[in-house]
Design a protein around this ligand. Structure first.
Ligand SMILES: *Cc1c(COP(=O)(O)O)cnc(C)c1O
Length: 392
């Protein structure tokens, strides 16, 4: 079924799962809150080509968020017609591109607003970032100071302020002190927004929620967050691997590779660089053609597992740049068999969150890190609909 050129290591992107995740998430939201799909970093590594038009054309998504102007322009060139918000920095020198492509830019602070205003020749649509506790970007201070800042930028001639948002630092934690922190962030944000509006600033849309926020912290908001900026749960991963999600989200991406060689070895044989694994009995070893250059973490050396013919097989020795070896003793394996690195085979499943836990990171970093040389195969109704490369 797969093009032979693609058949080395590939990522399958299951659009049916994407749709289910989206609908399941939406069904638990306050009716006043809309979904803004966060499609930064190639849709968290899933590839824009495979995902964004499906979101727009099949699911009717009208609001998108990205991290930078390259991503925003790529979305326009792919045919995205809805609103696109850049969540981070854009060089003020790119002011013309922002207006030409009708892109909404986040305002980081007053100095950024002045520089953008000075280099714009047409009006630029903007949302103000309010820093209520992330200490990353945004206007800082008490509610009165933030309101003053909003008033100030609302008067800049070339900026058209259409919204304001904040970002939670710990919405994925249900711990008491983190929950209180999130509540304080919400309170400061809406107090500042209310004050600014009393001062005559028309803020347009206000939004605070990320994936975890929309699941765990939207109750008291009464729909005041016009958007949830839905990222990780859209792709079926958890904001924090220890959470139980109150929605049916399933991972959209699977990562697969091939067994290229199978050999039997005696006891006392060293495997891979640095000889970190030595067989203590006769074993059957399979070589798989995927490595850290594909984004499969080297930290999985001697720790990770893959699924071959429905059986979990332990990685033996170090993961190399393009290949690794695993223990297939007792498994009926031949060269050409599929190895499932992330995903389901038979009754066994390995998730990006499982890998992340072993590699000391988070699922976000695993899926974003699957490298450009791995083709993304979009699948819908078990049929391949597209073979995509990450195109800069
Ligand atoms: C990345 C990002 C999101 C999405 O976060 P998830 O945890 O993936 O839902 C939302 N808002 C901002 C500002 C972001 O940078």
């Amino acid at each position: 079924m797969l093009n032979t050129l693609v058949k080395r290591t590939w990522a399958e992107v299951d659009l049916d799962k994407l749709k289910n995740n989206y609908l399941s998430y939406k069904s638990q939201l306050n009716a006043k809150t809309e979904i803004m799909c966060v499609v930064k970093a190639f849709c968290y590594g899933h590839s824009e080509d495979a995902v964004v038009l499906f979101l727009q054309n099949e699911l009717g998504v009208k609001n998108f968020a990205v991290s930078n102007i390259d991503e925003a322009v790529r979305l326009r060139k792919l045919g995205i017609t809805g609103d696109i918000l850049i969540l981070g920095y854009t060089s003020p020198e790119a002011a013309q591109t922002l207006s030409e492509y009708n892109i909404i830019q986040t305002i980081l602070d007053a100095s950024y607003a002045e520089r953008l205003n000075a280099s714009a020749d047409r009006r630029i649509r903007c949302h103000a970032a309010i820093d209520t506790g992330m200490t990353r970007i945004g206007f800082r201070g008490n509610s009165a100071q933030i309101a003053e800042s909003l008033l100030y930028i609302s008067r800049l001639e070339k900026l058209s302020l259409e919204g304001a948002f904040t970002h939670y630092a710990a919405a994925d934690s249900l711990d008491e002190s983190d929950t209180a922190y999130t509540a304080r962030q919400t309170k400061l944000f809406f107090e500042a927004a209310d004050l600014a509006e009393k001062m005559g600033v028309r803020l347009g849309c206000l939004h605070t929620l990320n994936s975890a926020g929309g699941l765990f912290h939207s109750e008291g908001l009464g729909g005041r967050s016009q958007f949830v900026r839905l990222g990780i749960v859209l792709y079926g991963l958890k904001p924090d691997s220890s959470l139980e999600l109150p929605v049916n989200a399933e991972p959209v991406m699977s990562l697969k590779s091939l067994v290229t060689q199978v050999k039997t070895i005696e006891s006392g044989v060293d495997i891979s660089y640095g000889r970190t694994y030595t067989s203590d009995r006769p074993m059957k070893i399979a070589t798989v053609c995927c490595g850290y250059a594909d984004g499969y973490p080297r930290a999985l050396s001697n720790r990770g597992e893959v699924i071959i013919r429905g059986k979990r097989c332990k990685i033996t020795g170090r993961v190399c740049m393009d290949q690794f070896m695993c223990d297939v003793t007792g498994v009926d394996v031949s060269p050409g068999d599929t190895a499932t690195l992330i995903g389901k085979d038979g009754s066994e499943t390995i998730t990006a969150d499982d890998i992340a836990d072993l590699a000391g990171t988070i699922g976000y970093e695993i899926v974003c890190g699957i490298s450009a040389r791995v083709p993304r195969i979009a699948v819908c109704g078990n049929i391949i609909t597209d073979v995509c490369r990450l195109n800069l």
